[in-house]
Design a protein around this ligand. Sequence first.
Ligand code: NOJ
Length: 741
Amino acid sequence: MRFAALAIVFGYLFTGCAKQDDANSTRGKFVKSLLSKMTMEEKIGQMTLYTSGWDVTGPVLNENYRKDILAGRCGNIFNAHTVTYNRELQKFAMENTRLKIPLLFGYDVIHGYKTIFPVPLAESCSWDLALIEKSAQLAAKEAASAGLNWTFAPMVDISRDPRWGRVAEGAGEDPYLGSLIAASRTRGFQGASLDDPLTLAACVKHFAAYGAAEGGRDYGTVDMSERSLREVYLPTYHAAVNAGAATVMSSFNEVSGVPATGNRFLLTKILREEWGFKGMVVTDYTSINEMVKHGYAADEKQAGEQAVSAGVDMDMQGAVYQNFLIKSVKEGKIPESVIDQSVVRVLNLKYDLGLFEDPYRYLNNQREKENTLSEEMLAHSLEIGRKSIVLLKNEPFNGVKILPISPEVHKIALIGPLADNRVDMMGTWHAAGDETRVVTVLEGLRKALPQCQINFAAGCETSGENRSGLDEAIRLASGSDLVILALGENYVQSGEAASRSILGLPGVQQEMLEKLSACGKPVAVLLMAGRPLVIRWMANHVPAILNTSHLGTMAGEAIADVLTGKSNPSGKLTMSFPRDEGQIPVYYSMKNTGRPLDPANKYTSKYLDVPNEPLYPFGYGLSYTSFGYSELKLSSDHLSMKDSLLVSVQIKNIGQMAGEEIVQLYIRDLVGSVTRPVKELKGFQKLMLQPGESKEVKFILRADDLRFYTSNMTFAAEPGLFRVMAGTSSMQYLEAGFELK
Ligand code: NOJ
């Protein structure tokens, strides 16, 4: 049983990462002495990050960048990996530059390097913090063994808009769960010590509120109250910073009129002054330059001045610092002390990574060989894959349950563009993921059910209008005992620059689904997408639906284990599934409004054409067994500001199969100096129960767990009445009440 502590997320317990940047420490003296030898050009070089370009077979460095490294004008490279290649670059810097400052090697290791784990949104559905931390730890191990020392992860942007393609990279809609996951991922990447050659420095992104773009359109405008910013969008970044994240990435978007990359309020006041962040801030790709197009800077030179003054230490790919910062210093627009401060942060990071001690620390061919796609990696990919799957629906067809697949089934038609597909199983941002090692659903199922005849047809593609395969798919379906359909998005239909306005199945997949459903055979859908899709028709007509998303290298095996019942699905959604695009944003922690929904009263807050609630809410997910909830008890009917309240609830496995349940605790603050959401997650526990077994689950609530930004923006709990809800999802629970005195 795992217990998610209630107190740590919104608390201001600074457990802190960074060693003190005390000038008298060994690091402080070393860095100071190095700084004193640097020319202004070399200093700005340390504030510059360039990408290694890509050729068909791997990364290659642009000749100009080589010259920049040589001259000390570029001290950091990203998108360069493998021991051989990175050693070549590091050697180049170490043997040819005046000061021999080692290069930093960054990469987007988001959910794996060569071995791919589920996309982060899918993985968050496991609500399993230990396994999530392990994914980050193993991803770091594999990537660091391939010469990397810095990842641009975790992505912790809260989003309540599935039109935004990047929801795939985060942990969904909720700040409480999102914060715990942000901290777990950070700890996983960084381990106990940054100089461990099996770990990576983390980079929390995208600071801030990148997930709140208007209309879900990537890079779009964000405009919100400071209260929402602090209460909903900032806690995840804060949790990662508290967990010790070494670096932070500023985001592309503007926040209430000021681009994040030039936003002193975010990058200095909140991040450094309030949160005590001591690490390094890097921009997102060319986001300094983009401040010109935002209409915030007249030209790139001014944009660079705005960024460095706001608190940006490193310019990713934009060359603005390289091209203009010296001039800005000469003109007296930027004090040299500001440059020094940023350079110190970059050098501190290199020091903490152990690069000054040994620039080749992360460059060991033997280690790379041992840790790439090792048994350990693959076993974890399988385990976390199984746990990330969410059973959305499982109803009988002609009186017979469809899942798990019954031994009576002898002939399966496995259909869909994602059924025998490798690359799309890896999802968005799959780094250097090795496509050849991906297990497809067809392979997984054939291995799991050797006695079954499994016939495959793609039927159609994930996009386009090609219907030529539909007849073959119908023929196979009609002759089978069970139809399994692998439908959804390909890997570029979610992720960066992949916003969508219509969230149904792309291409002709919906048409194929309807045609195959008409064959009169039982149908189970494997829904594979980087975001919640709008699947109203499917939910009404298809008896069984598993949300598998993009599960990575071992996708096919993990899915086969769940289809056959070797593994009982236990995931719960971390992002609500809308019924309709027009409902967006739809999330569980909405406000009540002054006219909450009353179906009998026209003048209440609702749509004429669609219910208010989502199709599948946050926290929802079924199992092959069932769980009964009873005896919700509170240790008292009141709670004082200093005390704690024990909430207990009895859970029983009332089905036929062992299974895991994620018990969720929500509260509602009935009256506040500002209005409060109808529900807020405050705790959860995941437990395994054998058939017939029951357990009491206990949660502790303290006044600190009830804090929010009050009318005068202090973070405090207010006395008054509260509701407590404990249940199986954000919409199905038992309820009790207490008073905070
Ligand atoms: C742009 C993306 O927004 C960011 O997430 C990523 O880390 C950088 N490019 C580097 O690849």
